[in-house]
Design a protein around this ligand. Structure first.
Ligand SMILES: Cc1cc2nc3c(=O)[nH]c(=O)nc-3n(C[C@H](O)[C@H](O)[C@H](O)COP(=O)(O)OP(=O)(O)OC[C@H]3O[C@@H](n4cnc5c(N)ncnc54)[C@H](O)[C@@H]3O)c2cc1C
Length: 425
């Protein structure tokens, strides 16, 4: 990576800016809007050639689907319900009309095993009500430990599809405080809604930020096309990107911020989508098929949602990491084999194209969303603490109970803007 500042050999025209925001996902967009509403002039530098970050509606297969965020969680207080209303974009309740079937190794799961699975439902919630976490934090795996080695992994397996992570790496206290409520969807795409909400902002695409200097009377941000000297800076890149050292901070980040980053890591929820033409394999559009033969390799499939020629698989944790690292062709072969066993060999012929947004290996996300390690449940608040009065880290990771979500990222972006709006312009 080209080192910026003193060591950089390239010419870099310094430009005065008010507040620079790094990253044009939900947090960066919200911060920019809040600052603009307060009369400031934010500039957003975005590494990708598009805005939205992990909220991304993918049209590459023809029928659009949300490759990242799809649900407006805890809709009762989620700012995106109001934003959608203002932009006259329809929200809807998710339809579960297509039915739900459970498989084990590609075959319908035996009734006894299905019952055993069902009996483990709610075990996490039950233990969170009865186990006293006040004395110390623990992992969800430890919380479930007394269920025994057969049932505990089954009880925990749902976390692979919600948190995207193995239960041994999830803080029970952090999990307990996550907000819950009703879910809504955006039929035209959550990613598209986030993108549309950014209209009119000064966002500079294809500008990966490489270095930030924050010890002077201003903050200097170095990206592909040069340096911007600003009054303040809000960094909204995912925790995985910060931990990978993709941005060099000078001086290095304070110990408290580095400690906070140590206590957080990225989960690996991943989708793989296929364009599937012709046969519908006797399924009602919108059917949900769950492969749950091995709890650690759980995958859920949305079959022809809204009648579209598309099938979307989801998985998380180490299984998703392995598939991401294997690459699109291997992942496609593996998942098509699985679906051919589940719905019939003709599935192979019906698959026309694949899209594999492997967030785990994506250099600008390095995972799906932030997970708090057991014993580090204060990391989110610590990461959100302003640094040197001019620098703030924000994003879903700093959103407390709203962490891991687009709504949380938006609230965190607004809070960061409030923290910096006090700076002299
Ligand atoms: C598969 C999947 C499913 C999900 N499902 C849901 C869901 O249903 N509901 C929900 O609410 N949330 C969901 N999420 C989580 C949600 O997408 C994120 O929490 C949210 O979008 C994070 O917003 P953010 O602004 O914090 O980060 P991001 O959206 O990641 O934005 C950060 C931006 O920084 C940019 N960037 C990275 N590095 C640099 C750099 N060096 N220089 C400049 N820019 C850089 C990135 O390209 C990105 O645009 C899901 C995520 C995934 C991956």
């Amino acid at each position: 990576m080209a080192a910026a500042f003193a060591i950089s050999g390239r010419s870099s025209a310094a430009t005065d800016a008010d507040i620079v925001i790094v990253g044009a996902g939900a947090a960066g967009i919200a911060a920019a809007q809040a600052l603009r509403a307060a009369g400031r002039k934010p500039i957003v530098l975005e590494a990708r050639g598009r805005v939205g970050g992990r909220a991304f509606t993918d049209n590459s297969l023809g029928p659009a689907y949300d490759a990242g965020a799809m649900f407006i969680h805890w809709a009762e207080r989620n700012p995106w319900v109001q934003i959608a209303r203002e932009l006259r974009i329809e929200t809807a309740e998710e339809s579960w009309g297509g039915g739900f079937r459970v498989f084990a190794n590609g075959r319908p799961m035996a009734d006894a095993d299905r019952r055993r699975r069902r009996d483990t439902f709610n075990q996490i919630d039950r233990r969170l009500e009865t186990v006293d976490l006040a004395a110390r934090d623990m992992s969800i795996a430890e919380l479930l430990g007394d269920l025994g080695p057969d049932s505990a992994p089954v009880a925990a397996s749902g976390l692979l599809l919600s948190i995207g992570e193995e239960s041994s790496r999830i803080s029970a206290r952090d999990y307990q405080r996550l907000w819950s409520g009703d879910d809504l969807v955006i039929p035209s795409g959550y990613g598209d809604l986030v993108t549309r909400s950014a209209a009119g902002l000064d966002i500079r695409l294809n500008e990966p930020v490489e270095a930030i200097r924050w010890d002077g009377p201003s903050v200097t941000v170095a990206s592909r096309s040069g340096e911007l000297r600003a009054n303040g800076c809000i960094v909204t890149v995912p925790v995985g990107v910060l931990k990978a050292g993709a941005i060099r901070f000078t001086p290095e980040l304070p110990a408290a911020t580095r400690d906070a980053l140590t206590g957080l890591h990225m989960g690996a929820l991943t989708k793989i989508a296929f364009r599937v033409e012709g046969d519908r394999f006797g399924l009602t559009p919108g059917a949900s098929l769950l492969e749950a033969g091995a709890p650690e390799r759980m995958m859920n499939f949305d079959m022809f949602p809204d009648g579209k020629d598309i099938v979307i698989g989801y998985c998380g944790g180490d299984y998703a990491r392995k598939l991401s690292e294997a690459g699109t062709q291997e992942a496609r072969a593996h998942v098509v084999d699985l679906l051919a066993t589940m719905v019939g060999a003709d599935f192979r012929k019906a698959v026309k194209a694949v899209s594999f947004p492997a967030w785990w290996t994506d250099p600008f996300s390095r995972g799906s969303y932030s997970v708090c390690d057991p014993g580090h449940e204060n990391a989110r608040e610590a990461l959100a603490q302003p640094i040197g009065g001019r620098l703030v880290i924000a994003g879903e990771a700093t959103a407390g109970g709203g962490a891991m979500t687009v709504g949380g990222a938006t609230l965190a972006g607004r809070a960061a803007a409030t923290a910096l709006a006090r700076l002299k312009a």
